[in-house]
Design a protein around this ligand. Sequence first.
Ligand SMILES: Cc1ncc(C[n+]2csc(CCOP(=O)(O)OP(=O)(O)O)c2C)c(N)n1
Ligand SMILES: [Mg+2]
Length: 376
Amino acid sequence: MSQVSLPGTDPTGPLNDESYIQLLAPDGTRTASEEFDPWLEDIDGDRLAALYQDMVVVRRLDQEATALQRQGELALWPPLLGQEAAQIGSGRALRRDDFVFSSYRENGVAYCRGVDLTDMIRVWRGNRPSGWDPYEINMATPQVIIGAQTLHATGYAMAAKFDGDDVVAVAYFGDGATSQGDVNEAMVFAASFQAPVIFFCQNNQWAISEPVGLQAQGKLSDRAPGFGIPSYRVDGNDVLACLAVTRKALDHARTGGGPSFIEAVTYRMGPHTTADDPTRYRDANELEDWKRRDPIDRLAALLSAEGLLDEALRQRVRKAADEAAAEMRAGCINMAEPADLELFDNVYTAPHPVLARQRQHYERYLESFEAAEGGH
Ligand SMILES: Cc1ncc(C[n+]2csc(CCOP(=O)(O)OP(=O)(O)O)c2C)c(N)n1
Ligand SMILES: [Mg+2]
């Protein structure tokens, strides 16, 4: 079968050029930047090591959750493999009282927010309709309706502005989501009301099996200025660039500058979810090419060059990753089953007659099993 050439997938085309903000090259070389270095002044050796540890731990948690799914302990898992720098760099830029609205793939950001590791996988085990209390970590539970969280983030940011709070809302979404009406509507409102919101787009090159070039004939970051929103295109596999750019955009929003759009150019190295097989639609060479731009390897190269990646650090990071993975696994296996009728709790804030009737029916249905068992 001959390969059909899709529009916008030309490897030499505008989407594949490397005109993005990069402070750390794939070989670990640090590039000086007049504009962005001031945002990294506090990043000393210890903080570099902490960013490295975060990325290693998050990759390990992601691999553990993938293994748990393969072992039948989770129904589904959306891997973030390859996107660690985009998530840790931006996630670590946020203040505690900022608020995150994410899709299903931002478990690295949830980690930065301090989510309990059992809560991270609760929904994926089918244990509860939602994983965590959004107000405990200032992060809404993951949105599966593609792009809808951009509206929630914009609404939150508009309210914060009306209240005079200097907090910022951050919406995380993918390249595919930029084709949704919701995302475009959110940008119109954000610009009109100069809402303190950041649109953080992780362009991981794929929306399930659809390459980004099919839906975007230009750079995603070029769309935002059309809405009156300043934008950045950043190397999403460079944790320092992601941290610096997000800090700058946060400061801009916090000081009344309004919204920003950040396109983090990265790559989804794994499947869309554990229910997907990417070998059916993408070229193996593409993955090999992106492996050379691995976000963790390049920070390791910088740490090595600076003489910081010694045995003590390696051991500390390995131990942290082992412990986090063990905690997640134990939390998964030992997760208490909810009581059957809990399903009807928290659907509405007040009692509702239709729901009450449904609950009664279900209760009787469950009782019918007990009666049948008693009859034997
Ligand atoms: C409104 C809506 N349409 C379609 C889907 C089905 N769907 C789930 S994930 C996905 C692709 C999303 O791709 P992207 O925005 O690039 O995010 P990524 O999964 O790559 O992180 C689609 C189409 C959905 N969940 N919601
Ligand atoms: Mg995508």
